[in-house]
Design a protein around this ligand. Structure first.
Ligand code: IYR
Length: 229
C-alpha cells in the first residue's frame, strides 16, 4: 500500500462536506443513538447464511477508520468455512476450559457471573461468519523492508468499533470473543507472527430463543460517563 517515494504531504480540499442545521444534527445524533442502543451481544445464533458481500461492505466500513499516520495497521480474516470454524472452536474452547477451571482467578469468574458465560463456545461453529481481527505491529514496503506502525491498539480498536456498528446497522448480531491466549489463530489463519490477534467476532442472526443477560441493559447514565467544562 505504501511506497517509499509516495509519502509527501499533498492537501486536497475536504471531500464529502456535510452541510447540516443544528436541528438536523440533533435528529441525526438521536437517531443513531436509538439505533446503537439496540445493539446487543448475542451468544445464540441460527445457521442462516449471510452473504459474503454484506460482510465485505462492513469490512470496508472498518477500513475507513482513522489510524496512526494512516498506516491502517489491521487485518480482518473472515471465515465461513465450517471445517475452519470447527478448528477455531476446538482450540478456543481448550483455552477457555483452562480459563474457567482456574486460570481466570476467583475475582474474574465472579465478575462474569451476571454475564452467564462458560467454556462452551457453540457460536463459533453455528454463526455463519467469524471475523478475526489482527493488529499489525509493523508493515512492509513493497521492497520488503519494514516500517513501524503507531498507536496500533488504538487504531485497531477504533476500526473494530466501526465494524461492530456496521454489522449492527446491516441487521446482524455479533459476539466479541477473546480467548486468551489467541496465538493459535495465527497458525489457523496463516497470519505472520508480526500480527497479534485481538478478537474473534461471531456474526449472524440470533436464534429464536436467544437471550441477553439482564445486566446488559444497564448502561451508565450520561452524567456518570461524561463531564463538560
Ligand atoms: N474469554 C472468556 C471470558 C470472558 C471474559 C470477559 I472480560 C467477558 O466480558 C466475557 C467472557 C469467554 O469468552 O468466555
Amino acid at each position: 500500500m505504501f511506497s517509499r517515494d509516495a509519502l509527501s504531504y499533498d492537501p486536497i480540499l475536504l471531500p464529502d462536506r456535510c452541510e447540516i442545521s443544528d436541528s438536523g444534527m440533533q435528529n441525526a445524533a438521536q437517531a443513531f443513538y436509538d439505533k446503537m442502543r439496540q445493539r446487543h451481544t448475542v451468544r445464540d445464533y441460527t445457521d442462516r447464511a449471510v452473504p459474503r458481500t454484506v460482510i465485505e461492505a462492513c469490512l470496508r466500513t472498518a477500513g475507513t477508520a482513522p489510524s496512526g499516520a494512516n498506516h491502517q495497521p489491521w487485518h480482518f480474516a473472515a471465515i465461513s468455512d465450517p471445517a475452519l470454524k470447527q478448528r477455531i472452536r476446538a482450540e478456543a474452547e481448550e483455552e477457555e476450559r483452562r480459563f474457567y477451571e482456574g486460570g481466570a482467578g476467583d475475582e474474574w469468574i465472579k465478575a462474569l457471573e451476571p454475564i452467564g458465560t462458560n467454556a462452551v463456545k457453540e457460536h463459533l461453529t453455528v454463526a455463519p461468519w467469524l471475523i478475526v481481527v489482527f493488529a499489525q505491529r509493523w508493515g512492509q514496503f513493497e521492497d520488503g523492508t519494514r516500517y513501524k506502525n503507531y498507536y496500533v491498539p488504538e487504531s485497531v480498536n477504533i476500526a473494530t468499533g466501526f465494524l461492530l456498528a456496521a454489522l449492527h446497522h446491516a441487521g446482524l448480531s455479533t459476539l466479541t470473543h477473546t480467548p486468551n491466549p489467541m496465538r493459535f489463530l495465527n497458525d489457523a489463519l496463516d497470519r505472520p507472527a508480526s500480527e497479534k490477534p485481538t478478537m474473534i467476532i461471531a456474526v449472524g442472526h440470533p436464534s429464536e430463543t436467544a437471550t441477553v443477560p439482564a445486566v446488559a441493559k444497564l448502561k451508565k447514565p450520561l452524567e456518570e460517563i461524561s463531564s463538560f467544562f
